[in-house]
Design a protein around this ligand. Structure first.
Ligand code: ZN
Length: 200
């Protein structure tokens, strides 16, 4: 009786190990390559606001591709006016911009957005984007993390530092890629080093 049970559990164990190895190495047999990129100020815009800001039926013009497949930076720009009625270049005039993930905007400050064709008043939506790591399920398995978990990102080099709250964002269409803002990139001297490590 015992032998077949033992055999099966051994087989299951081996299968699990192989599957784990496979996930760890990624589908092509190597560890996922980590890239870190800087997101400068940008706006996520819905169809309705697009119509107001850039004209009915207007479309965004491709400027350059972004790392995530199908995403691109657009040529169109807007001007933001904060609560102190200042036209913004670097300072928004908002004292406390909350750090959030994109889309998580409940209770955040608003602003006036000026486009070439019209003006939109946002009741909320101004955030400082939280540092985050995009990855697909296989890459998440490699790190042993799940959606919403936080990881650490160690940046080496002379100005190096470790970010302790890198939000995990898992999507089938993603490939491994950390997004930080320009302040964070400048603080850690991101452009000065290739010694970068993402870990749990
Ligand atoms: Zn991102």
């Amino acid at each position: 009786m015992g032998s077949s049970v033992i055999d099966r559990s051994m087989v299951e164990q081996i299968v699990r190990q192989v599957a784990l190895e496979y996930l760890r190495k990624g589908a092509n047999g190597s560890a996922p390559v980590l890239t870190v990129q800087t997101s400068s100020r940008h706006m996520h815009v819905c169809r309705e606001d697009m119509d107001v800001l850039f004209g009915p039926g207007s479309e965004l013009t491709f400027d350059r591709p972004l790392f995530q497949e199908g995403n691109f930076a657009a040529k169109e720009t807007v001007t933001i006016v904060g609560p102190r009625n200042r036209l913004i270049s670097n300072l928004l005039g908002i004292d406390e911009i909350p750090i959030r993930l994109s889309g998580d905007i409940a209770g955040t400050p608003g602003a006036i957005i000026i486009g070439p064709k019209g003006v939109v008043e946002l009741k909320q939506g101004v955030i400082r984007a939280a540092i985050h790591a995009h990855m697909n399920p296989a890459e998440a398995a490699h790190f042993g993390v799940s959606q919403g978990e936080r990881m650490k990102l160690r940046i080496g080099g002379e100005a190096g530092l470790t970010f302790n709250n890198v939000h995990v964002r898992i999507d089938k269409a993603s490939r491994l890629n950390v997004h930080m803002d320009t302040d964070e990139a400048n603080a850690c001297g991101l452009h000065l080093t290739k010694d970068i490590e993402l870990f749990k």
